[in-house]
Design a protein around this ligand. Sequence first.
Ligand code: AGP
Length: 612
Amino acid sequence: MCGIVGYIGHREAYPILITGLKRQEYRGYDSTGVALINQEGLTVYKKQGKVAELEEALLGKNLSTNIGIGHTRWATHGEPSDVNAHPHLSASGKLAMIHNGIIENYAQLKKELLNKGYQFKSETDTEVLVNFIEEIKTNEDCPLEEALRIALKRVSGAYVILLLDSEQPDTIVAARKGSPLVIGIGKGEHFLGSDATPMLEYTKEVVYVNDYEIAIVKADELVLKNLGNEKQTPYISNLDLELAAIEKGGYDHFMLKEIHEQPATIFDCLRGRLDAQKGTITMKGVQDNIDTLVKANRYIIIACGTSWHAALLAEYVIEELCRIPVEVEYASEFRYRNPIIREGDVIIAVSQSGETADTLVAIEKAKEQGALIFGIVNVVGSSISRASHAGAYTHAGPEIGVASTKAFTAQLAVLLMMALKIANEKGTIDKSRYARLLVELAEAPEKVEAILKNAEELKVMGQKYKDSVNALYLGRGYNFPIALEGALKLKEISYIHAEGYPAAEMKHGPIALVDNQLPVIFVATKDDYHAKIVSNIQEIKARKGIVIAIISEGDDIIPTMANDVFVIPPADEIVAPLLSVIPLQLLSYYIGVARGCDVDKPRNLAKSVTVE
Ligand code: AGP
């Protein structure tokens, strides 16, 4: 899950590459580099560290050119270092290549090349592939695109590849399988990126390159071919994305900005779909497949990370409202477990980026067995949205902070609307409850606004608990998935070890961890389990544990027991998770900032995990 950028045209390429790489840095930030072709020939500049450090190191160099490629890395093969950074040059120095993905059979290809006397400077699969391509180019005496086509027939794994050839200084050759590649169409120029962010201010016309396609890109020409060397017609889409959406807008971090965007993003997610007055929910993807969804024997929800927590909450809601059995699967396990998929099963794939490889390959597996794939995705035009038979976008806008926040609440809103629509269609929810839940959902943005007004309280709590070594997050029922999400946020952002647990499960082991140093965060909003969660809090207090509780307005019991409480507006237990997660996002943010962590780019993480 690296970020790639390319430019060819009439403008100076280097500044476009550097700006593009900075916008791609959420995809990986171990090391970075560019390759340029100018009077000095084909030159590679690369180093370990962030884009700004490379920029600093290149001050004063002759970087003037109209063609170049750039890469920001998330290490898979070989540790973060200058030599493992991309681009990688071929043995002759005539080819330079950047790559996002994993070449699974690179060891075998490397062996073949070693037997032919090749030597390797780095530990990467990418350096192996660029030399494998050069070997074919030399032996077959063919143009670069031909050599690439032949080479890719021998390659297994996922890739986006961009190549420069010093013998073809007016062309960028690219190829895609599994990892995302977007090409921006300009007048006499073309832009390439892992997503559209590097080209936003230059063009709104983009082509999403498909798997097994090769692109031959010149300043005034774009040719797409398949691996059978047949020309493909580029399908041009119009981007509905503004530059402002990917800038910090005066906030210190993207994560804080995105947390504060949630009243608007939840509203955008509901807009044009939920009409509480009319008592209607309009979702085309659901409506077009309503018979299949209503008559389904089982839903299997596949996801990873935060999206998996949204899936788990959906299991509780769908089973409660629709009376349809639901199974929630970690995509990576589902893919290799040889799952049983029967007639009448519906697969729901949840993903912010729409590019998570584990989820993508899992739905491909289910698709082979004839299941309907319903995608719930945030990034328009992403691979999972294009691999799904139907779906719903979450409309949360670009999420740059690696820790998912606004996309999570938008996923919950979509899953809740979907469950309510299907339950109403199926007649498994009574009319008054249905109408009340639509009103509750419509009120969510306002209630989130009210919660954000008290963010300062969490800043104080963050300072108070910043030196914690461990933490436990507990919840019951609909609040259990939120406890898991709270724990994940703290882990990701502050590197404090945290675990989420069903509150009652605690007695069966984790309670052994409790002492006067351990913060135990309860998601304890008013619901049918409230009395039970109060006893769980007493169990912690009895062992001198530190209790922090997210509670509903009007709760006058828990404040008498807890060390710290954060009060949220009252809401139905099914809608409350959309609210109770907000203070947990803010708490992890403020603890991360207080510990001096890079909250937008936490160590070892990347925004979309495009390799298995
Ligand atoms: C969440 O904060 C993390 N960034 C990560 O767990 C993420 O949710 C996971 O990688 C799934 O990503 P997706 O929603 O883009 O598929």
